[in-house]
Design a protein. Sequence first.
Lengths: 148, 148
Amino acid sequence: MQNSEAMALSAALLAVAGELTRRIHDGVVARGFEGLRPAHGFAFARLAPDGATVTDLAVHLGVTKQAASQLVDELVRKGYAARRPHPEDARARLIVLTESGWGCARAAEEAAAEAVRGWDAALTEEELRVLRETLLRIAPDGPIRPTW
Amino acid sequence: MQNSEAMALSAALLAVAGELTRRIHDGVVARGFEGLRPAHGFAFARLAPDGATVTDLAVHLGVTKQAASQLVDELVRKGYAARRPHPEDARARLIVLTESGWGCARAAEEAAAEAVRGWDAALTEEELRVLRETLLRIAPDGPIRPTW
DNA sequence: ACCATATAGTCAAACAACTTGACTACCTAC
DNA sequence: GTAGGTAGTCAAGTTGTTTGACTATATGGT
């Protein structure tokens, strides 16, 4: 593949990612969850399964733990997350989603589904399936970070 | 497609985009172009063909023209771009890439090609081609913005 | 059991990117 | 020619993040 083709692929990927991020964010806002930025969504992704510590979050987001701590402050203040004592380490705290936080996570899923449905006009169901599988194959195991 | 599948697709897409951005940035730095952030890359994308005005850039990046102007200041100070008088409008200035700026743009293409080659381990040449065409079909016409 | 060292988290100050507000120079249309 | 709009910049304020310093708890060696 030529350099220019690789760049075209990259640009398309980044354009789609940017647009998707914007749509998910708008969809979440439209469902009544305000005061959140896309960066919070990346935190939710890490918190959702079983909670996480501030340090876990910091690594996941690629920021300092101070920044992660402030982000958690914000989520707690807005009622989306809560700090609970960590069951195995008295120094640490387990950050978990509240009911409202789970509602927001569901809203994000709905918004994502809605955004993806918007691609139906350009892609068949089969192409969409192939796209998903292809991306899952090259997606890094690691964290989702808003690098730029 | 179920909501959770759409979310998995979205997460994979964002993870790949984040990783790709990081790799391109690292590759550009490795080629000796320093003091640049990924955001500058998005500006380059708009400046590269024929230059652009500050207002064009601001719209493209989704920021205020003051922010775009500051970003141009930085590129000029670092020797990647220059402000030239606009041929048709004495109020405006045409921002163009310098030789060093073009060198950086080429470095970004090489870095992108290198990053994409890293996917060869997981994808066949044919799958890569399909991925590129699929993404180009759903990529918005609009600007590439670092929305998050 | 004790001490040295490392880790989890927070507070505070410094910093960087961006926004809002105000202004000048130039363009465009009536 | 004059009124209103647009391109760009300067300055100040806001926001998110980092760097530095500190406390509390954990861990490993002796």
